[in-house]
Design a protein around this ligand. Structure first.
Ligand code: EPU
Length: 337
């Protein structure tokens, strides 16, 4: 177990904000997690559990306990002629899981290549890209209730997945800490290639296979999204808003054609990046915070930004979109502090 006081979180948040935690506790296995959860000091302190910090905005130092899992490992739990179920430690880097799957010829998550963060957080957030969400492959999730310290195994249905949402993200539910995630992948080729320019990107390759899909997704992401190692960011800052068909038709008659994806007969999803670009923010700087020039949904730390400065820039974007379109953008990034 690792236990540190006044611990720098700079390497634990992809905005690279220079903030500290009063305590940082990292556990290697479920027994160590149980010990922490039973500890009276821990129970009386405020605490949050983090993954790779790729979806967090620290507004200042954290005056409590930051918990982090070091439970790793990818093991085959079950295998048939056509599928394989992997049991993955929550701290395993998600992209390492994708690389492992692709190398072994297991399909289902290749479109989720190069998404930063750890597997436990990926299952909380229901990460998604290029027409695939992690929920499509989740079989079950092992988690501890932080209040009564009882382990529960959630079926996929019990995880209550929606767009970037889940049972675990819903603050009305008891807090749970995920220790393992089980995903089922196919041993037969089965690809999702319909999103955006994935097919077009793949036309440069001589064959459509798992490795080439992974390489194509990585190429698209590298071209569109800033590398957090080089420029602090947390990917999409806002979620794509879902509006009613009535609202969409009204907007279309006022502003003309809108990019959109029809979700159902009554709902439409609108790309937030487009709305932000239309409001003139793309590529612009707000002091220490930038709106990425190739994808307006991404805010970047231009150097020495603080969490407050990023939150302020986000708020001015949110207000401008609200004023012009009457659409309230909701951050995908979680504010802490
Ligand atoms: N667009 C613009 N201007 C911009 C950015 C986007 O006009 O500056 C419009 C374009 O019409 C484009 C459309 O938005 O066709 C969609 O853009 P993109 O394919 O880049 O996807 P997105 O909707 O902005 C979502 C996810 C990403 C994921 C991509 C690809 C959310 C909040 N974001 O972004 O996820 O990689 O789709 O599937 O759903 C993340 O969650 O951190 C993330 C990067």
């Amino acid at each position: 177990m690792k236990l540190e006081q006044n611990y720098s979180l700079k390497e634990h948040n992809t905005f690279h904000l220079q903030v500290k935690a009063r305590w940082f506790m990292e556990y290697e296995n479920e027994d160590e997690l149980i010990k922490i959860l039973q500890d009276e000091y821990f129970q009386e302190s405020q605490s949050i559990h983090i993954g790779g910090g790729s979806n967090l905005l620290f507004l200042g130092d954290y005056n409590g306990v930051i918990l982090h899992s070091a439970i790793r490992g990818i093991k085959v739990k079950e295998e048939t002629d056509t599928s394989v179920t992997l049991r993955i430690g929550a701290a395993e880097l998600w992209d390492d899981v994708v690389a492992y799957a692709v190398k072994n010829g297991y399909s289902g998550i290749e479109n989720l290549s190069l998404i930063p963060g750890e597997t436990g957080a990926a299952a909380i957030q229901n990460i998604g890209a290029y027409g695939v969400e992690i929920k499509d492959v989740i079989e079950s999730v092992e988690a501890y209730n932080q209040l009564d310290i009882v382990k529960r195994i959630f079926s996929k249905e019990e995880c209550k997945y929606g767009y970037r949402s889940s049972f675990f993200k819903n603050e009305h539910n008891d807090p749970y800490i995920i220790t393992y995630v089980a995903i089922r992948l196919s041993k037969q080729p089965s690809y999702t290639l319909e999103y955006g320019n994935l097919k077009e990107e793949l036309s440069a390759y001589d064959e459509i296979n798992l490795t080439n899909i992974r390489d194509a997704v990585i190429a698209i992401r590298k071209n569109k999204l800033p590398d957090p190692k080089e420029q602090g960011n947390a990917g999409s800052f806002f979620m794509n808003p879902v509006v009613s068909m009535t609202k969409y038709n009204h907007l279309k008659s006022t502003f003309g054609e809108f990019p959109h994806y029809v979700i159902s007969d009554t709902e439409v999803k609108i790309p937030a990046g487009w709305l932000i670009e239309q409001c003139g923010f793309k590529g612009k700087k707000h002091g220490t915070v930038g709106v990425y020039e190739k994808q307006a949904l991404v805010l970047v730390n231009l150097g020495e930004a603080t969490g407050d400065e990023i939150a302020l820039a986000a708020e001015s974007i949110r207000m401008a979109v609200e004023q012009k379109y009457g659409i309230s953008l909701v951050p995908e990034v979680k504010y802490v502090g």
